[in-house]
Design a protein around this ligand. Structure first.
Ligand code: ZN
Length: 282
């Protein structure tokens, strides 16, 4: 599942290519026909990412409103300039932006296809507020409230590896960031939240902000410090479909980049987890 940095990238990209454009919306697959009809003729005024949720704010048109998308496990978005290609596969929503009522409008024409999302719906402002209220602190948002998130974590008996994945506590963090930030903190994912000190939480939060901002810039998750990069260690770059240089995520059985111990794997809250038994003593 894409983590928050991917959704924040999408929000920024969609604003760059469709912001200010009037859209024609269709649902080639037919599962969002009524919603698409309400969007057609509206203008994309703003985009927003909150955790793993993407919001498009539309104004004008017959219905307008807020388009809410959650990609879930299988959702994908594609886009491109000019005329859209002939529809292939199950396209839930196709947006074609422009021509906007400005000079040089043709150059701004752009299409966007959404396939396989877990959620694709129109929300009212009140419903969007309710969605935001359900979500925890997003390290990539300026309005994040890390103190509330930290308080909840530090009162919980649940393991940290599960708490960091709870979207009602911390929004946008997925398995890779949760796994890696705990490695970097030297804390086992099995440690109960209530054993975390306030100081440790502040460092974890600051690290999430730093790492996820790097993720937004690069479009991939890199978590290793300079001294552990392939060129610094004289090792081969990581070869994994998840990309990025990481310490322990999906590295079970391989040597820890810091201490050489064998990276361990286990299941925590029904998700795979990885840690170094030496660097992250339980
Ligand atoms: Zn280690």
């Amino acid at each position: 599942m894409p983590e928050g940095h991917t959704i924040h990238r999408l929000a920024a990209h969609h604003h760059a290519v469709l912001g200010g454009a009037q859209v024609v919306a269709t649902s080639p697959q037919g599962r969002f026909t009524a919603g698409a009809a309400r969007l057609t003729g509206a203008t994309l005024a703003a985009t927003e990412a909150y955790g793993k949720h993407l919001l498009h704010h539309y104004q004008g048109g017959p219905g307008g409103g807020i388009l809410h998308v959650h990609l879930g496990l299988y959702g994908t978005v594609a886009d491109g300039p000019g005329q859209p290609p002939a529809p292939v596969g199950q396209i839930r929503l196709r947006l074609v932006g422009g021509p906007a009522a400005t000079a040089g409008a043709a150059a701004r024409q752009h299409w966007l296809d959404l396939r396989g999302p877990a959620a694709c719906e129109l929300l009212t402002e009140a419903e969007a507020d309710a969605l935001r209220d359900r979500l925890g602190a997003d390290p990539l948002r300026d309005d994040a409230d890390p103190d509330t998130a930290g308080g909840r974590i530090r009162r919980s008996a649940r393991p940290l590896g599960a708490l960091l994945l709870d979207q009602t506590i911390v929004a946008g963090v997925g398995l890779v960031y949760a796994t890696e930030v705990l490695f970097r903190a030297g804390i086992a994912p099995t440690m109960p939240g209530r054993r975390l000190t306030a100081d440790q939480w502040q460092r974890i939060w600051a690290d999430l902000v730093t790492l996820m901002r790097i993720g937004v810039r690069r479009g991939r998750i890199d978590t290793v410090r300079d001294e552990h990069l392939p060129e610094a260690m004289g090792r081969a770059p990581r070869n994994d479909r998840h990309g990025g240089e990481v310490y322990v995520y999906r590295r079970a059985g391989q040597p820890c980049l810091c201490c050489g111990a064998t990276v361990a794997a286990g299941v925590l809250a029904a998700r795979n987890t990885y840690w170094c038994p030496t660097c992250q003593p339980g």
